[in-house]
Design a protein around this ligand. Structure first.
Ligand code: FEO
Ligand code: CA
Ligand code: CA
Length: 694
């Protein structure tokens, strides 16, 4: 390890990430997932079906005046596990975890929805780019030249489409940023890009190098909340991780047959990470980065062995087409051709741990955390010190997961702590409503008990090398986690994105971004709207507020959309005062426990933005828009620094709108004039040094 001391200054606040998207976004980010059939064709019951099936039992139990318990028993009975105990309703103060501590204290005037090609911040604030696509990361990197790109240069420069951002302070005026580079958009990166067989090999290689992540050293500007890239000196921590960086597997599935390929007969090493979306940090100061829509990079699944095809399909990989499409990474690296290397796809879709303080360290794919379209992973500690990682699988009708380590975190014992994510239990969530199914009518109207809420269970899938799923080995559960979760009755959700624990209240907040495919017959209390274009936010309150618990209560504090739409809900707050919000994606918290939400794919016609909402106290539900990003962009990050004087946001895919190209850019952000748009991390701060939002 290069230098352990800055690591101790880490905040334990972790921060990590759709509707109205452009055709370019759909193609390049997720391989047009929405145009394909839903990958989850399992018979696994919709939760509405579950509620209906247990209603008669619930009626009997209600005679004992324990409605919430009844819901728990119903769900537990179906999963064959112990009954869940009753949890209190999520009223402010009822949990004994937050009470009225929510300080609110947010005093800025909300930014109005708009379509401006700039980053709009409230009065009294300023913003500036910190690091842009193509900026030199390694000290010997050439300056960015849009017209003369090379793969060699890109591998040393800041990658494309920045998503997850986290900040590691080193003293009060220096720090490191880690940033995920989710995907490349070749149609905006190259003039005259023709794609497929017509793409040049150099373009394909630039695409590979534009993926991954970056570590960059930044410095405070003056005494302000502004930060800028350090552009001089050694920059010892600066690093590029790409789709070709050597990585290794650890955990129960490492070395197993399912991970072995011709290039890696050991099943323990792999080149690169792909489509890294959101992420989190660990208590020991490393980054967790989620490989999301990895499926789109693989071609010719039609030629994979028949026995492999069901699992490939379950992960959204086409097994019928005999014509390769997409970025055609297979033209420069044969491993992306599944007819030749069918196991290569098994080697993506993991949580990757990266040490930002050791640029020579090998990133690790932690197999104990399962294989999904990982949005990200955020950590907290159970009451007994075990490490807990919350994770969403971002596709329509997919599930929510958590990992609980076997052993406890020991502050300062780095060697021990770095083994914690290799052994533990992986769970999947089941959400049960407490209102009669007839009251969840798809209108968005709250049921008669006043809330979309209920109880839930974490259903164990695998513990170490022991599978809890009949018919599947532990390695199979970890490599084909979706198939395992299908078998145990997990709840199909409206695209689970970021999920993170509130450091003040202990509540766990989950963004469910949207799901236009949910039908009226498929609504349930946790996903109560059909054709859900605007998404919602769900809070999990773990039993005894212990992240290690296996049962929980939940409710929907936020049902997104235009507040004038009766099918929206802002935790009961006066809807005439709140900002419209659509497609919540990333969530983060400031030190006061306020919930920050960034959006992706605003289906209300505005640019995407960053919002903040108190979650306790008198202003609970008072959601306000703090900033908007330029045309075509989504808002990622966000990261509020521990001193709360700066907020970093990743401005991903500016200008990515239908019909845009380098010949006709839709955005000129951040460089202005007639420049090409460049995905960038930006910072916003108050001109008088006030706390963000105050
Ligand atoms: Fe890459 Fe789930 O957003
Ligand atoms: Ca996301
Ligand atoms: Ca209810």
């Amino acid at each position: 390890m290069a230098n352990p001391s800055p690591r101790r200054m880490l905040p334990l606040l972790t921060s990590p990430h759709k509707g109205g998207r452009s055709a370019l976004t759909c193609e390049f980010r997720c391989g047009n997932a929405c145009a394909h059939e839903v990958a989850n064709a399992s018979e696994n019951a919709y939760f509405g079906d579950v509620v209906t099936s247990v209603l008669s039992r619930r009626g009997m139990l209600r005679a004992g005046a324990l409605g919430a318990l009844a819901a728990g028993v119903g769900a537990a009975g179906l999963a064959g596990a112990a009954p869940a105990a009753a949890e209190p309703k999520p009223e402010a103060g009822a949990f004994g975890h937050g009470g009225d501590r929510g300080r609110g204290g947010l005093r800025f005037a909300a930014v109005a929805p708009n379509r401006e090609d700039r980053l709009v911040v409230p009065e009294g604030y300023q913003s500036a780019p910190v690091v842009r696509w193509g900026d030199p990361v390694l000290p010997d990197a050439p300056a960015f030249d849009f017209e003369n790109q090379t793969a060699e240069a890109q591998a040393k420069q800041f990658g494309y489409n920045c998503d997850f951002v986290t900040f590691f302070p080193m003293g009060s005026n220096r720090g490191l940023l880690w940033v995920n580079h989710e995907y490349s958009d070749e149609a905006l990166m190259f003039r005259g890009y023709a794609g497929g067989n017509a793409a040049t090999e150099e373009q394909i290689k630039i695409g590979l190098a534009a993926h991954g992540g970056s570590v960059v050293e930044i410095e405070r500007v003056g005494g302000s909340g502004q930060w800028r890239l350090v552009t001089r000196g050694r920059r010892r921590y600066n690093r590029r991780v790409t789709a070709q960086t050597p990585m290794r597997f650890t955990g129960p599935a490492a070395g197993g047959d399912l991970l072995k390929t011709a290039a890696d007969p050991s099943g323990t090493t792999v080149l690169g990470m792909l489509n890294n979306c959101a992420g989190g940090t660990t208590p020991w100061g490393t980054v967790l980065s989620g490989e999301e829509n990895f499926n789109q990079y693989f071609v010719l699944g039609s030629g994979a062995p028949e026995a492999d095809k069901a699992a490939l399909r379950r992960y959204g990989i086409d097994t019928t087409s005999t014509t390769p499409s997409g970025r055609r990474f297979d033209r420069v690296e044969e491993r992306f051709d599944l007819s030749k290397h069918p196991h290569e796809a098994n080697r993506f879709g993991w949580i990757v741990e990266i040490d930002p303080f050791d640029p020579d360290s090998t990133p690790i794919k932690r197999t104990a955390l399962g294989r999904l379209a990982h949005e990200g992973a955020t950590t907290t500690l159970a009451k007994d010190g075990r490490v807990v990682a919350y994770m969403g699988d971002d596709s329509r009708f997919e599930y929510v997961y958590k990992f609980v380590s076997k052993k406890r975190y020991i502050p300062g014992y780095d060697r021990h702590n770095r083994t914690l994510l290799d052994e533990g239990t992986l769970y999947v969530a089941k959400f049960t409503g407490d209102s009669p199914a007839a009251e969840i009518d798809g209108s968005g109207k709250l049921p008669s008990d006043g809330q979309f809420d209920g109880s839930g269970q974490w259903i164990p899938l695998v513990t170490g090398n022991v599978s809890h799923v009949p018919g599947m080995t532990a390695a199979e559960v970890l490599v084909f986690t979706r198939l395992a979760a299908d078998k145990v009755g997990a709840t199909k959700m409206d695209r689970p994105e970021d999920i993170e624990r509130n450091p003040v209240t202990g509540g766990v907040y989950l963004a469910l971004t949207n799901n236009s495919n949910r039908t009226a017959a498929q609504v349930d209390e946790a996903n109560p709207r059909p054709s859900n274009r605007h998404g919602h936010v769900l809070e999990i309150v773990e039993r005894r507020n212990d992240a290690g618990a296996t049962t929980f209560a939940w409710w929907l504090p936020l049902v997104c959309g235009d507040p004038n739409d009766p099918a929206t809900y802002f935790a009961g707050f006066d809807k005439t005062k709140v900002s419209p919000i659509s497609c919540p994606d990333n969530v983060a918290f400031d030190r006061d426990g306020n919930l920050w939400i960034s959006t992706d794919g605003n289906a209300l016609g505005s640019n995407d933005g960053l919002f903040v909402m108190p979650v306790t106290g008198r202003e609970r539900g008072y959601l306000r828009q703090f900033l908007t990003v330029p045309i075509g962009a989504e808002t990622c990050g966000p990261m509020i620094t521990q001193d709360q004087r700066s907020v970093f946001v990743a401005v991903q895919h500016p200008g990515e709108v239908n019909g845009a190209s380098p010949e006709a850019p839709a955005s000129h952000w951040p460089d202005g004039g007639t420049s090409q748009p460049r995905p960038s991390v930006a910072v916003a701060w108050h001109t008088q040094g006030r706390k963000i939002g105050s």
